[in-house]
Design a protein around this ligand. Structure first.
Ligand code: SF4
Ligand code: SF4
Ligand code: FES
Length: 257
């Protein structure tokens, strides 16, 4: 029988319990993944008792309250607080999403918060997105045109513009890619749903003159065809987009071109 030994410090242990000090009658327990590479210690789950009478409605508000009032050492990304920047993506109650748009009232029982799955963790809730951004760069996500005049609008028809609906709204939060089993196991080679949706966004832009090259660039056993249409990506997208459909469309374009 094969025996697999995990490194000693990979085991997640029980962490610190922060008891409520406000005597609130409306308490919720929030369990948060913590890991600080500078200490050499195991990752742990800290539990915070949070006074919900004085907490706005979203999971990000909860984390801000913990950071501001209970434990300033907690690390997580956030910026816009309006579902626009994508930086607060994390795993809440077992599902990837944006902490700033997820109402904590939707979570029953204790609130469990983890970093996005299958990323290297940099600290606490902050995952390492370097590989994903390099992959994003590899699809050259900008308009390629021989038109030199940058003083004029580069217009397109209404119907061409509508072909970008469901694509341009992507905020590169990585909720989809980090919920994709194919990306978990082959994330260094498979581009994953977030980057493939972005690739498709430029393939579909009527103003772009590089469609053929863009298609050829992703037409690869590992980069594209590792998608097995499991659909986790589409279920995970907090913006309601459909990366699985975008990937299927790229495959269809390649099959019929
Ligand atoms: S449909 Fe493709 S990209 Fe989406 S989760 Fe499944 S394998 Fe991953
Ligand atoms: S497709 Fe959705 S889940 Fe994926 S990166 Fe874009 S916004 Fe995030
Ligand atoms: S903080 Fe910008 S999307 Fe949540």
């Amino acid at each position: 029988m094969v025996q697999i030994n995990l490194p000693k410090n990979s085991k997640v242990i029980k962490g610190i319990y922060y008891k409520d000090k406000t005597n609130s009658k409306n308490i919720r327990k929030v369990n948060v993944y913590r890991w600080d590479p500078s200490t050499g210690e195991n990752p742990r789950i800290d539990t915070y008792e949070v006074d919900m009478d004085n907490c706005p409605s979203k999971v990000l508000d909860l984390l801000n309250k913990i950071k501001n009032e209970i434990d300033p050492s907690l690390a997580y990304r956030r910026s816009c607080a309006h579902g626009v920047c994508g930086s607060c993506a994390m795993n809440m109650d077992g599902k990837n999403g944006l902490a700033c748009t997820k109402p904590h009232a939707e979570i029953k029982g204790d609130i469990n918060i983890y970093p996005l799955p299958h990323l290297k963790v940099l600290k606490d809730l902050i995952g390492d997105l370097n590989t994903l951004y390099k992959q994003y760069e590899s699809v050259e996500p900008w308009l390629k045109t021989s038109k030199k005049n940058d003083q004029q609008e580069n217009i397109q028809s209404k119907s061409d513009r509508s072909k970008l609906d469901g694509l341009y709204e992507c905020i590169m939060c990585a909720c989809c890619s980090t919920s994709c089993p194919s990306y978990w196991w082959n994330g260094d080679k498979y581009l994953g749903p977030a980057v493939l949706l972005q690739a498709y966004r430029w393939i579909m832009d009527s103003r772009d003159e590089d469609r053929k090259e863009r298609l050829n660039k992703v037409a690869d056993e590992l980069k594209l065809y590792r998608c097995h249409t499991i659909m986790n990506c589409t279920n995970a997208c907090p913006k309601g987009l459909n990366p699985a459909k975008a990937i299927a469309s790229i495959k269809k374009m390649l099959a019929t071109s």
